[in-house]
Every structure is written in C-alpha cells, then in structure tokens.
Design a binder for this molecule. Structure first.
Ligand code: ZN
Length: 122
C-alpha cells in the first residue's frame, strides 16, 4: 500500500554528511563533454592522463574515483544521461564547485566510452 507515510519514508533525506554528499542529484546541472573537450581542453586532458580507478557504488549513477597520484584520494561523483541526451552530474571536488565540471566527470565519461564503466540512462 502506498500511503503518504511510506512515500515520505522513501523520500527521506539522508542524515549523515557522507550520505548528503552522495544525495545531490537535485544540484546536478546539464553538462556538455563536447564543450569541455573544445573549451576546457586542459581539464579533458588531465582526465585522460589521470591514473584513476573508477568503481560504481550503490546506485548506478554513483561513482567512486581513486587517484593513484593523490595517494589514493577518493572522490565521490554522480553522472547519468537523461532520455533527451543531457548529462546530469555532480562531484564532491572544489573544481566542480567552482566550474560545474571537473576532470573526474570527464574521467567517468572517458571510461564509459572505453566500456570500463557504464553511465546509466534514465
Ligand atoms: Zn570532480
């Protein structure tokens, strides 16, 4: 039975900061990897050059990136593609906070192109 109570439970906001970092699709903005590749080439190439391991976490759109160069620094990111072909994205890093795109999201897209991870489509 789908009561108001059960709906509110399923939409419950996360309680911890770690969960809140993951729970941010509402903050996601459209992303154009073509634009980044053309206009922000240094970010695109930094992602290409990065020795990063990407794993998927819990939900299909959640990714965990581990940088070999950064002493195993872990980055949480969310990336999915809508039916209209628009990417919705989020990353926990300061580069994303400032520019709404970052090398981590580019790395996920590059890994997706190589078939190493799968960006889910809604
Ligand atoms: Zn990032």
């Amino acid at each position: 039975m789908n009561t108001a109570e059960s709906r509110s439970l399923s939409n419950a906001r996360p309680d911890t900061d770690a969960e809140r970092e993951f729970y941010s699709p509402a903050a996601a903005e459209p992303l154009s990897f073509e634009l980044i590749r053309e206009k922000y080439t240094e970010i695109w190439h930094a992602a290409l050059d990065a020795d990063v391991t990407i794993s998927q976490k819990g939900r299909p759109d959640l990714f965990l990136l581990s940088h070999a160069q950064g002493g195993g620094q872990l980055i949480n990111a969310s990336l999915l593609k809508t039916a209209s072909g628009v990417y919705e994205d989020w990353c926990c890093c300061s580069q994303f906070d400032e520019h709404s795109h970052c090398e981590h999201l580019c790395a996920i897209r590059q890994h997706d192109a190589l078939g190493l991870v799968t960006i889910p489509e809604t």
